[in-house]
Design a protein around this ligand. Structure first.
Ligand SMILES: Cc1cc2nc3c(=O)[nH]c(=O)nc-3n(C[C@H](O)[C@H](O)[C@H](O)COP(=O)(O)OP(=O)(O)OC[C@H]3O[C@@H](n4cnc5c(N)ncnc54)[C@H](O)[C@@H]3O)c2cc1C
Length: 501
Protein backbone atom coordinates (compact mmCIF):
# COMPACT_ATOMS: atom_id res chain seq x y z
CA UNK A 1 0.00 0.00 0.00
CA UNK A 2 1.47 3.43 -0.92
CA UNK A 3 1.95 6.12 1.71
CA UNK A 4 0.63 8.86 -0.51
CA UNK A 5 -1.91 9.10 -3.33
CA UNK A 6 -1.70 12.29 -5.41
CA UNK A 7 -4.86 12.90 -7.43
CA UNK A 8 -3.94 14.59 -10.72
CA UNK A 9 -0.67 15.02 -12.59
CA UNK A 10 -0.66 18.76 -13.34
CA UNK A 11 2.52 20.61 -12.40
CA UNK A 12 1.30 21.00 -8.82
CA UNK A 13 0.46 17.31 -8.47
CA UNK A 14 3.83 16.25 -9.89
CA UNK A 15 5.78 18.67 -7.70
CA UNK A 16 3.93 17.41 -4.60
CA UNK A 17 4.65 13.82 -5.63
CA UNK A 18 8.38 14.55 -6.12
CA UNK A 19 8.76 16.31 -2.76
CA UNK A 20 6.97 13.49 -0.91
CA UNK A 21 8.88 10.74 -2.74
CA UNK A 22 12.14 12.55 -1.96
CA UNK A 23 11.20 12.41 1.73
CA UNK A 24 11.20 8.61 1.45
CA UNK A 25 7.46 8.07 1.10
CA UNK A 26 5.96 5.65 -1.41
CA UNK A 27 3.96 7.80 -3.83
CA UNK A 28 1.38 6.98 -6.51
CA UNK A 29 -0.06 9.65 -8.78
CA UNK A 30 -3.46 8.84 -10.30
CA UNK A 31 -4.39 10.77 -13.42
CA UNK A 32 -7.82 10.79 -15.06
CA UNK A 33 -6.48 11.27 -18.57
CA UNK A 34 -4.33 8.86 -20.58
CA UNK A 35 -1.46 11.37 -20.40
CA UNK A 36 0.27 13.52 -17.75
CA UNK A 37 0.66 17.27 -17.33
CA UNK A 38 -2.80 18.82 -16.93
CA UNK A 39 -2.60 22.27 -18.52
CA UNK A 40 1.17 21.93 -19.09
CA UNK A 41 1.13 19.68 -22.15
CA UNK A 42 2.12 19.87 -25.80
CA UNK A 43 0.48 18.11 -28.75
CA UNK A 44 0.36 18.17 -32.54
CA UNK A 45 -3.08 19.74 -32.56
CA UNK A 46 -3.15 21.10 -36.08
CA UNK A 47 -0.78 19.40 -38.52
CA UNK A 48 1.99 16.83 -38.13
CA UNK A 49 5.25 18.41 -36.96
CA UNK A 50 3.56 21.47 -35.36
CA UNK A 51 3.83 21.35 -31.56
CA UNK A 52 1.16 23.32 -29.69
CA UNK A 53 0.86 23.95 -25.96
CA UNK A 54 -2.71 22.97 -25.05
CA UNK A 55 -2.71 25.24 -21.99
CA UNK A 56 0.19 27.20 -20.50
CA UNK A 57 2.62 28.51 -23.11
CA UNK A 58 5.19 30.76 -21.42
CA UNK A 59 6.66 30.65 -17.99
CA UNK A 60 7.57 33.65 -15.83
CA UNK A 61 8.29 31.25 -12.96
CA UNK A 62 10.41 28.83 -15.03
CA UNK A 63 13.61 29.98 -13.32
CA UNK A 64 12.11 31.80 -10.32
CA UNK A 65 9.90 29.18 -8.68
CA UNK A 66 11.46 27.92 -5.43
CA UNK A 67 9.83 24.52 -6.15
CA UNK A 68 11.40 24.21 -9.60
CA UNK A 69 14.76 25.40 -8.25
CA UNK A 70 14.61 22.84 -5.47
CA UNK A 71 13.85 20.03 -7.91
CA UNK A 72 16.52 21.25 -10.38
CA UNK A 73 14.44 20.88 -13.53
CA UNK A 74 17.30 21.85 -15.87
CA UNK A 75 19.18 18.91 -14.32
CA UNK A 76 16.23 16.73 -15.36
CA UNK A 77 16.41 17.90 -18.97
CA UNK A 78 14.44 21.15 -19.06
CA UNK A 79 15.88 23.82 -21.34
CA UNK A 80 14.33 27.29 -21.24
CA UNK A 81 14.57 29.82 -24.05
CA UNK A 82 13.68 33.52 -24.25
CA UNK A 83 12.66 35.91 -27.01
CA UNK A 84 14.58 39.21 -27.25
CA UNK A 85 11.47 41.03 -25.97
CA UNK A 86 9.31 39.22 -23.45
CA UNK A 87 6.02 41.02 -24.05
CA UNK A 88 4.83 43.54 -26.66
CA UNK A 89 1.61 45.57 -26.43
CA UNK A 90 0.72 47.00 -29.84
CA UNK A 91 -2.26 49.23 -30.72
CA UNK A 92 -3.84 50.10 -34.03
CA UNK A 93 -2.24 53.57 -33.97
CA UNK A 94 1.17 51.90 -34.43
CA UNK A 95 2.39 52.50 -30.87
CA UNK A 96 3.76 49.53 -28.93
CA UNK A 97 4.62 49.15 -25.26
CA UNK A 98 7.29 46.58 -24.42
CA UNK A 99 8.52 44.90 -21.27
CA UNK A 100 11.07 42.22 -20.52
CA UNK A 101 14.43 41.07 -19.25
CA UNK A 102 16.42 43.40 -21.49
CA UNK A 103 15.57 46.38 -19.31
CA UNK A 104 17.83 48.88 -21.09
CA UNK A 105 16.45 48.04 -24.53
CA UNK A 106 12.82 48.07 -23.35
CA UNK A 107 13.48 51.41 -21.60
CA UNK A 108 14.83 52.87 -24.83
CA UNK A 109 11.78 51.62 -26.74
CA UNK A 110 9.42 53.05 -24.10
CA UNK A 111 10.77 56.56 -24.77
CA UNK A 112 9.29 59.04 -22.30
CA UNK A 113 8.44 56.22 -19.87
CA UNK A 114 11.83 54.54 -20.13
CA UNK A 115 13.24 56.04 -16.94
CA UNK A 116 10.17 55.19 -14.86
CA UNK A 117 10.37 51.61 -16.16
CA UNK A 118 14.11 51.31 -15.45
CA UNK A 119 13.75 52.67 -11.90
CA UNK A 120 10.93 50.26 -11.17
CA UNK A 121 12.65 47.23 -12.78
CA UNK A 122 15.85 47.95 -10.82
CA UNK A 123 13.90 48.22 -7.58
CA UNK A 124 12.19 44.90 -8.31
CA UNK A 125 15.47 43.16 -9.18
CA UNK A 126 16.83 44.26 -5.80
CA UNK A 127 13.85 43.15 -3.71
CA UNK A 128 12.76 40.04 -5.62
CA UNK A 129 15.18 37.57 -3.95
CA UNK A 130 13.57 38.22 -0.55
CA UNK A 131 10.05 39.30 -1.52
CA UNK A 132 9.10 36.68 -4.12
CA UNK A 133 9.71 33.61 -1.91
CA UNK A 134 7.67 35.30 0.84
CA UNK A 135 4.77 35.88 -1.56
CA UNK A 136 4.82 32.30 -2.82
CA UNK A 137 5.28 30.50 0.53
CA UNK A 138 2.54 29.07 2.73
CA UNK A 139 0.62 32.05 4.19
CA UNK A 140 1.21 33.87 6.46
CA UNK A 141 4.87 33.06 5.64
CA UNK A 142 6.10 34.69 8.84
CA UNK A 143 9.66 33.34 8.53
CA UNK A 144 10.00 34.45 4.88
CA UNK A 145 8.34 37.84 5.51
CA UNK A 146 10.82 38.51 8.36
CA UNK A 147 13.60 38.50 5.75
CA UNK A 148 11.95 41.35 3.80
CA UNK A 149 12.75 44.92 4.79
CA UNK A 150 9.73 46.69 6.34
CA UNK A 151 10.26 49.56 3.87
CA UNK A 152 9.98 47.13 0.96
CA UNK A 153 6.86 45.56 2.46
CA UNK A 154 5.31 48.99 2.97
CA UNK A 155 6.03 50.02 -0.63
CA UNK A 156 4.71 46.73 -1.99
CA UNK A 157 1.55 47.02 0.13
CA UNK A 158 0.97 50.57 -1.13
CA UNK A 159 1.31 49.47 -4.78
CA UNK A 160 -0.77 46.33 -4.21
CA UNK A 161 -3.62 48.40 -2.80
CA UNK A 162 -4.16 50.13 -6.15
CA UNK A 163 -6.19 49.07 -9.17
CA UNK A 164 -4.20 48.17 -12.30
CA UNK A 165 -5.37 51.45 -13.81
CA UNK A 166 -4.12 53.31 -10.74
CA UNK A 167 -0.78 51.51 -10.82
CA UNK A 168 -0.28 52.07 -14.56
CA UNK A 169 -1.14 55.75 -14.25
CA UNK A 170 1.09 56.07 -11.18
CA UNK A 171 4.13 54.77 -13.06
CA UNK A 172 3.67 55.78 -16.69
CA UNK A 173 2.62 58.71 -18.89
CA UNK A 174 2.08 57.23 -22.36
CA UNK A 175 -0.84 55.00 -23.43
CA UNK A 176 1.64 52.46 -24.81
CA UNK A 177 3.29 51.92 -21.41
CA UNK A 178 0.07 52.34 -19.46
CA UNK A 179 -1.63 49.43 -21.16
CA UNK A 180 1.08 46.91 -20.15
CA UNK A 181 0.18 46.17 -16.50
CA UNK A 182 -3.63 46.08 -17.03
CA UNK A 183 -3.21 43.82 -20.08
CA UNK A 184 -1.08 41.40 -18.06
CA UNK A 185 -3.69 41.33 -15.28
CA UNK A 186 -6.34 40.36 -17.81
CA UNK A 187 -4.66 36.96 -18.14
CA UNK A 188 -7.03 36.48 -15.20
CA UNK A 189 -10.43 38.04 -14.51
CA UNK A 190 -9.02 41.25 -13.05
CA UNK A 191 -10.09 44.31 -15.05
CA UNK A 192 -8.05 47.54 -15.08
CA UNK A 193 -10.44 49.44 -12.80
CA UNK A 194 -11.17 46.62 -10.32
CA UNK A 195 -10.32 47.85 -6.81
CA UNK A 196 -7.21 46.23 -5.25
CA UNK A 197 -6.57 44.49 -8.59
CA UNK A 198 -2.96 45.49 -9.11
CA UNK A 199 -1.04 42.55 -7.53
CA UNK A 200 -1.58 40.18 -10.49
CA UNK A 201 -0.59 42.72 -13.15
CA UNK A 202 2.27 43.90 -10.96
CA UNK A 203 3.66 40.39 -10.44
CA UNK A 204 3.47 39.44 -14.13
CA UNK A 205 5.11 42.70 -15.17
CA UNK A 206 7.78 42.40 -12.46
CA UNK A 207 8.67 38.78 -13.20
CA UNK A 208 8.81 39.52 -16.95
CA UNK A 209 11.87 41.66 -16.18
CA UNK A 210 13.68 38.96 -14.17
CA UNK A 211 12.48 35.43 -14.97
CA UNK A 212 11.13 36.64 -18.33
CA UNK A 213 8.37 34.87 -20.24
CA UNK A 214 10.42 31.75 -20.84
CA UNK A 215 9.62 29.14 -23.47
CA UNK A 216 10.66 25.52 -22.87
CA UNK A 217 12.38 23.84 -25.79
CA UNK A 218 9.91 21.28 -27.12
CA UNK A 219 6.89 22.89 -25.44
CA UNK A 220 5.22 23.10 -22.04
CA UNK A 221 5.25 19.30 -22.02
CA UNK A 222 9.01 19.51 -21.41
CA UNK A 223 8.31 20.86 -17.91
CA UNK A 224 6.03 17.88 -17.31
CA UNK A 225 8.65 15.49 -18.72
CA UNK A 226 11.31 16.94 -16.40
CA UNK A 227 9.01 16.51 -13.38
CA UNK A 228 8.19 12.93 -14.45
CA UNK A 229 11.89 12.16 -14.81
CA UNK A 230 12.49 13.43 -11.27
CA UNK A 231 9.53 11.43 -9.96
CA UNK A 232 10.75 8.22 -11.60
CA UNK A 233 14.25 8.75 -10.18
CA UNK A 234 12.72 9.16 -6.71
CA UNK A 235 10.74 5.93 -7.06
CA UNK A 236 7.28 7.47 -7.50
CA UNK A 237 4.86 6.01 -10.02
CA UNK A 238 1.90 7.21 -12.01
CA UNK A 239 -1.29 5.53 -13.22
CA UNK A 240 -3.14 6.96 -16.22
CA UNK A 241 -6.83 6.65 -17.10
CA UNK A 242 -7.55 6.37 -13.37
CA UNK A 243 -10.02 9.15 -12.63
CA UNK A 244 -10.77 9.43 -8.93
CA UNK A 245 -14.51 9.21 -8.28
CA UNK A 246 -14.43 9.32 -4.48
CA UNK A 247 -12.07 9.95 -1.62
CA UNK A 248 -12.23 6.88 0.61
CA UNK A 249 -12.99 7.65 4.24
CA UNK A 250 -12.53 5.81 7.51
CA UNK A 251 -14.71 7.81 9.88
CA UNK A 252 -13.42 11.36 9.57
CA UNK A 253 -10.08 10.44 7.99
CA UNK A 254 -9.23 10.17 4.28
CA UNK A 255 -7.60 6.78 3.73
CA UNK A 256 -7.36 6.50 -0.03
CA UNK A 257 -9.24 6.94 -3.29
CA UNK A 258 -11.77 5.07 -5.38
CA UNK A 259 -10.69 5.32 -9.02
CA UNK A 260 -12.65 4.18 -12.09
CA UNK A 261 -10.24 1.23 -12.10
CA UNK A 262 -10.64 0.34 -8.43
CA UNK A 263 -9.56 1.45 -4.95
CA UNK A 264 -6.09 2.58 -3.85
CA UNK A 265 -5.39 3.04 -0.16
CA UNK A 266 -2.94 5.59 1.21
CA UNK A 267 -1.18 5.02 4.53
CA UNK A 268 -0.32 8.68 5.19
CA UNK A 269 -2.26 11.14 3.03
CA UNK A 270 -4.17 12.00 -0.13
CA UNK A 271 -3.08 15.17 -1.96
CA UNK A 272 -5.65 16.54 -4.40
CA UNK A 273 -4.46 18.42 -7.50
CA UNK A 274 -8.13 18.93 -8.29
CA UNK A 275 -10.58 21.83 -8.40
CA UNK A 276 -11.62 22.76 -4.86
CA UNK A 277 -15.39 22.71 -5.61
CA UNK A 278 -15.04 19.25 -7.23
CA UNK A 279 -13.13 17.94 -4.22
CA UNK A 280 -15.63 19.13 -1.62
CA UNK A 281 -18.88 18.76 -3.58
CA UNK A 282 -18.22 15.60 -5.63
CA UNK A 283 -15.30 13.57 -4.39
CA UNK A 284 -16.14 13.68 -0.67
CA UNK A 285 -19.32 12.40 0.98
CA UNK A 286 -21.25 15.52 2.04
CA UNK A 287 -21.61 14.15 5.59
CA UNK A 288 -17.89 14.70 6.27
CA UNK A 289 -17.71 18.23 4.84
CA UNK A 290 -18.63 21.09 7.22
CA UNK A 291 -21.74 23.01 6.14
CA UNK A 292 -19.84 26.31 5.77
CA UNK A 293 -17.44 24.64 3.31
CA UNK A 294 -20.27 23.13 1.28
CA UNK A 295 -21.97 26.51 1.15
CA UNK A 296 -18.79 28.34 0.09
CA UNK A 297 -18.04 25.78 -2.62
CA UNK A 298 -21.58 25.92 -4.00
CA UNK A 299 -21.15 29.67 -4.52
CA UNK A 300 -17.44 29.52 -5.37
CA UNK A 301 -16.53 32.40 -7.71
CA UNK A 302 -14.79 31.24 -10.86
CA UNK A 303 -12.68 33.39 -13.13
CA UNK A 304 -13.73 34.19 -16.70
CA UNK A 305 -14.01 31.40 -19.25
CA UNK A 306 -11.17 30.97 -21.73
CA UNK A 307 -11.20 30.70 -25.53
CA UNK A 308 -7.99 29.16 -26.87
CA UNK A 309 -6.64 29.09 -30.42
CA UNK A 310 -3.65 27.49 -32.11
CA UNK A 311 -2.43 27.93 -35.65
CA UNK A 312 0.02 26.23 -37.94
CA UNK A 313 1.58 29.01 -40.04
CA UNK A 314 3.50 29.11 -43.27
CA UNK A 315 5.57 32.08 -42.04
CA UNK A 316 6.00 34.24 -38.92
CA UNK A 317 3.17 36.68 -38.18
CA UNK A 318 3.77 39.81 -40.33
CA UNK A 319 3.28 42.32 -37.51
CA UNK A 320 3.40 45.97 -38.52
CA UNK A 321 5.20 46.77 -35.27
CA UNK A 322 8.84 45.65 -35.40
CA UNK A 323 8.80 45.04 -31.63
CA UNK A 324 6.09 42.39 -32.02
CA UNK A 325 8.26 40.48 -34.47
CA UNK A 326 10.78 39.94 -31.67
CA UNK A 327 8.35 39.31 -28.82
CA UNK A 328 7.66 35.99 -27.11
CA UNK A 329 4.20 37.21 -26.17
CA UNK A 330 2.02 39.89 -27.77
CA UNK A 331 -1.00 41.40 -26.00
CA UNK A 332 -3.80 43.20 -27.83
CA UNK A 333 -5.76 46.02 -26.22
CA UNK A 334 -5.88 49.63 -27.38
CA UNK A 335 -5.70 51.34 -24.02
CA UNK A 336 -6.92 51.00 -20.44
CA UNK A 337 -10.51 51.96 -21.37
CA UNK A 338 -10.54 49.36 -24.13
CA UNK A 339 -9.43 46.66 -21.66
CA UNK A 340 -12.15 47.75 -19.20
CA UNK A 341 -14.69 47.59 -22.05
CA UNK A 342 -13.57 44.04 -22.84
CA UNK A 343 -13.94 42.88 -19.22
CA UNK A 344 -17.35 44.54 -18.93
CA UNK A 345 -18.64 42.66 -21.97
CA UNK A 346 -17.67 39.40 -20.25
CA UNK A 347 -19.32 40.44 -16.99
CA UNK A 348 -22.44 41.21 -19.04
CA UNK A 349 -22.32 37.68 -20.47
CA UNK A 350 -21.63 38.87 -24.03
CA UNK A 351 -19.21 37.51 -26.58
CA UNK A 352 -16.54 40.26 -26.69
CA UNK A 353 -16.80 42.39 -29.82
CA UNK A 354 -13.08 43.17 -30.16
CA UNK A 355 -11.06 40.46 -28.39
CA UNK A 356 -8.26 41.17 -25.96
CA UNK A 357 -5.65 38.52 -26.73
CA UNK A 358 -2.59 36.92 -25.19
CA UNK A 359 -0.59 35.66 -28.17
CA UNK A 360 2.41 33.34 -27.87
CA UNK A 361 5.04 33.12 -30.61
CA UNK A 362 6.99 30.17 -29.22
CA UNK A 363 8.36 28.99 -32.57
CA UNK A 364 10.27 32.27 -32.99
CA UNK A 365 12.71 31.06 -30.34
CA UNK A 366 12.19 27.29 -30.44
CA UNK A 367 12.68 25.84 -33.91
CA UNK A 368 11.58 22.39 -32.67
CA UNK A 369 7.95 23.62 -32.60
CA UNK A 370 7.37 23.53 -36.37
CA UNK A 371 8.84 22.10 -39.57
CA UNK A 372 11.71 24.15 -41.04
CA UNK A 373 10.59 27.63 -42.10
CA UNK A 374 7.09 27.17 -40.63
CA UNK A 375 5.67 28.52 -37.37
CA UNK A 376 3.14 27.92 -34.65
CA UNK A 377 0.99 30.56 -33.02
CA UNK A 378 -0.80 30.20 -29.66
CA UNK A 379 -3.42 32.55 -28.27
CA UNK A 380 -6.14 32.84 -25.73
CA UNK A 381 -8.84 35.32 -24.94
CA UNK A 382 -11.18 35.53 -21.98
CA UNK A 383 -14.91 35.01 -22.55
CA UNK A 384 -18.10 34.24 -20.62
CA UNK A 385 -18.16 30.53 -19.70
CA UNK A 386 -21.60 30.31 -21.28
CA UNK A 387 -23.53 32.43 -23.76
CA UNK A 388 -27.19 33.02 -22.88
CA UNK A 389 -26.88 30.37 -20.18
CA UNK A 390 -25.83 27.71 -22.70
CA UNK A 391 -22.62 26.03 -23.82
CA UNK A 392 -20.76 27.61 -26.73
CA UNK A 393 -22.13 26.30 -30.05
CA UNK A 394 -20.00 25.48 -33.10
CA UNK A 395 -21.37 28.64 -34.70
CA UNK A 396 -20.38 30.82 -31.71
CA UNK A 397 -16.90 29.27 -31.78
CA UNK A 398 -16.51 30.09 -35.47
CA UNK A 399 -17.72 33.66 -34.91
CA UNK A 400 -15.27 34.30 -32.08
CA UNK A 401 -12.39 32.62 -33.92
CA UNK A 402 -13.06 34.96 -36.86
CA UNK A 403 -13.05 38.00 -34.51
CA UNK A 404 -9.72 36.87 -33.09
CA UNK A 405 -8.16 36.46 -36.53
CA UNK A 406 -9.53 39.85 -37.63
CA UNK A 407 -7.95 41.46 -34.53
CA UNK A 408 -4.57 39.97 -35.39
CA UNK A 409 -4.96 40.82 -39.10
CA UNK A 410 -5.45 44.50 -38.22
CA UNK A 411 -2.10 44.54 -36.45
CA UNK A 412 -0.43 42.21 -38.94
CA UNK A 413 -1.88 42.63 -42.45
CA UNK A 414 -1.40 39.41 -44.40
CA UNK A 415 -1.69 37.18 -41.30
CA UNK A 416 -4.65 35.29 -42.82
CA UNK A 417 -2.58 34.23 -45.80
CA UNK A 418 0.00 32.56 -43.56
CA UNK A 419 -2.55 30.22 -41.91
CA UNK A 420 -2.16 26.56 -42.86
CA UNK A 421 -4.48 25.16 -40.15
CA UNK A 422 -6.25 26.33 -37.03
CA UNK A 423 -7.75 24.81 -33.90
CA UNK A 424 -10.16 26.55 -31.53
CA UNK A 425 -11.28 25.49 -28.05
CA UNK A 426 -14.33 26.88 -26.26
CA UNK A 427 -14.61 26.91 -22.44
CA UNK A 428 -16.46 23.58 -22.69
CA UNK A 429 -13.70 22.06 -24.85
CA UNK A 430 -11.12 23.13 -22.27
CA UNK A 431 -13.12 21.59 -19.43
CA UNK A 432 -13.41 18.34 -21.42
CA UNK A 433 -9.63 18.39 -21.80
CA UNK A 434 -8.99 19.02 -18.10
CA UNK A 435 -11.72 18.93 -15.48
CA UNK A 436 -9.90 21.43 -13.25
CA UNK A 437 -10.79 24.13 -15.80
CA UNK A 438 -14.32 24.63 -14.46
CA UNK A 439 -16.30 26.65 -17.01
CA UNK A 440 -13.04 27.05 -18.95
CA UNK A 441 -11.54 29.11 -16.09
CA UNK A 442 -7.76 28.78 -16.37
CA UNK A 443 -7.12 30.42 -13.00
CA UNK A 444 -8.31 27.97 -10.34
CA UNK A 445 -11.05 30.41 -9.35
CA UNK A 446 -11.27 34.17 -9.54
CA UNK A 447 -8.03 36.12 -9.15
CA UNK A 448 -9.86 38.93 -7.36
CA UNK A 449 -8.68 39.82 -3.86
CA UNK A 450 -11.69 37.92 -2.44
CA UNK A 451 -9.96 34.66 -3.44
CA UNK A 452 -6.34 35.37 -2.57
CA UNK A 453 -3.89 34.31 0.14
CA UNK A 454 -5.85 33.39 3.30
CA UNK A 455 -9.14 33.46 1.38
CA UNK A 456 -7.96 30.90 -1.21
CA UNK A 457 -9.98 28.76 -1.66
CA UNK A 458 -11.60 29.79 1.64
CA UNK A 459 -10.74 30.82 5.18
CA UNK A 460 -9.66 29.00 7.40
CA UNK A 461 -8.66 26.17 5.00
CA UNK A 462 -5.98 28.08 3.12
CA UNK A 463 -2.89 26.26 4.37
CA UNK A 464 -3.39 23.22 2.08
CA UNK A 465 -5.00 21.28 4.93
CA UNK A 466 -8.69 20.55 4.48
CA UNK A 467 -11.25 19.93 7.25
CA UNK A 468 -10.68 16.21 6.55
CA UNK A 469 -7.74 14.56 8.32
CA UNK A 470 -5.24 13.13 5.86
CA UNK A 471 -6.57 15.15 2.89
CA UNK A 472 -4.68 18.11 1.39
CA UNK A 473 -5.49 20.49 -1.48
CA UNK A 474 -2.42 21.14 -3.63
CA UNK A 475 -3.82 22.54 -6.90
CA UNK A 476 -3.95 26.08 -8.28
CA UNK A 477 -7.17 26.49 -6.28
CA UNK A 478 -4.83 27.00 -3.31
CA UNK A 479 -2.30 29.83 -2.71
CA UNK A 480 -0.44 31.18 -4.71
CA UNK A 481 -2.89 30.21 -7.43
CA UNK A 482 -2.66 29.88 -11.19
CA UNK A 483 0.54 29.55 -13.15
CA UNK A 484 3.07 26.83 -13.76
CA UNK A 485 5.28 27.20 -10.69
CA UNK A 486 4.35 24.11 -8.71
CA UNK A 487 4.21 26.12 -5.47
CA UNK A 488 0.70 24.97 -4.49
CA UNK A 489 1.84 21.34 -4.68
CA UNK A 490 5.16 22.17 -3.04
CA UNK A 491 3.55 23.88 -0.06
CA UNK A 492 0.91 21.13 0.24
CA UNK A 493 3.60 18.43 0.28
CA UNK A 494 5.46 20.30 2.99
CA UNK A 495 2.24 20.50 5.02
CA UNK A 496 1.92 16.70 4.72
CA UNK A 497 5.51 16.24 5.89
CA UNK A 498 5.06 18.67 8.77
CA UNK A 499 1.94 16.81 9.96
CA UNK A 500 3.56 13.40 9.51
CA UNK A 501 6.46 14.49 11.73
C1 LIG B 1 -5.33 27.94 -21.99
C2 LIG B 1 -4.44 28.11 -20.79
C3 LIG B 1 -3.34 28.96 -20.86
C4 LIG B 1 -2.50 29.13 -19.76
N1 LIG B 1 -1.38 29.89 -19.89
C5 LIG B 1 -0.46 29.90 -18.91
C6 LIG B 1 0.83 30.43 -19.15
O1 LIG B 1 1.15 30.86 -20.25
N2 LIG B 1 1.73 30.40 -18.12
C7 LIG B 1 1.43 29.85 -16.90
O2 LIG B 1 2.30 29.83 -16.01
N3 LIG B 1 0.22 29.32 -16.66
C8 LIG B 1 -0.72 29.32 -17.63
N4 LIG B 1 -1.93 28.69 -17.45
C9 LIG B 1 -2.29 28.22 -16.10
C10 LIG B 1 -1.57 26.95 -15.71
O3 LIG B 1 -1.55 26.06 -16.79
C11 LIG B 1 -2.28 26.33 -14.51
O4 LIG B 1 -2.38 27.28 -13.48
C12 LIG B 1 -1.50 25.11 -14.00
O5 LIG B 1 -1.41 24.12 -14.99
C13 LIG B 1 -2.20 24.56 -12.77
O6 LIG B 1 -1.56 23.38 -12.41
P1 LIG B 1 -2.30 22.29 -11.51
O7 LIG B 1 -1.32 21.20 -11.29
O8 LIG B 1 -2.92 22.95 -10.34
O9 LIG B 1 -3.53 21.75 -12.38
P2 LIG B 1 -3.71 21.29 -13.87
O10 LIG B 1 -2.55 21.64 -14.70
O11 LIG B 1 -5.04 21.78 -14.28
O12 LIG B 1 -3.75 19.69 -13.76
C14 LIG B 1 -4.75 19.01 -13.05
C15 LIG B 1 -4.66 17.54 -13.41
O13 LIG B 1 -5.47 16.80 -12.50
C16 LIG B 1 -6.23 15.84 -13.22
N5 LIG B 1 -7.43 15.55 -12.44
C17 LIG B 1 -8.38 16.43 -12.05
N6 LIG B 1 -9.36 15.79 -11.37
C18 LIG B 1 -9.00 14.49 -11.30
C19 LIG B 1 -9.60 13.32 -10.72
N7 LIG B 1 -10.77 13.37 -10.08
N8 LIG B 1 -8.94 12.14 -10.85
C20 LIG B 1 -7.74 12.06 -11.47
N9 LIG B 1 -7.14 13.13 -12.06
C21 LIG B 1 -7.76 14.33 -11.98
C22 LIG B 1 -6.52 16.52 -14.54
O14 LIG B 1 -6.85 15.59 -15.55
C23 LIG B 1 -5.20 17.25 -14.80
O15 LIG B 1 -4.29 16.42 -15.49
C24 LIG B 1 -2.78 28.47 -18.54
C25 LIG B 1 -3.86 27.59 -18.46
C26 LIG B 1 -4.68 27.40 -19.58
C27 LIG B 1 -5.83 26.44 -19.51
Amino acid sequence: MPDIVVVGSGPNGLVAACVLARAGLEVVVVEAKPHPGGAARTTEKTLPGFLHDVGAGFFPFGTLSPAFKDLDLPGAGLELLWAPIDSAHPARDGSCGVIGRDVDRCAEMLGKDGKAFTDWARWWAEVEPSLLPALLATPPAVREMAKVSPLVLAKFARLAAMSCRGLAEHFFETDAARRIIPALALHTDVAPSDPLGSPIGFMLAATSTTGGFSVPRGGAGSITRALLARLAELGGRIEYGARVRKIRMDGTRAVGVETVRGPIDAKVAVVADTAAPTLYLELLPSRVVPGQVLEKMRTFKRGFGTFKMDWALDAPVPWTSESCREAGVVHTGEDIDDLDRFAKEIHDGKMPTDPYLVIGQQSLVDSSRAPKGKHTLWAYSRVPSELDGKAWTAEAKATYAARIEKRIEELAPGFGETILERDASSPQDLFAMNENLLGGDLGGGTAQITNQVILRPMFPYYRYRTPINGLYLGSSYAHPGAGVHGMCGYNAANAVLEDAR
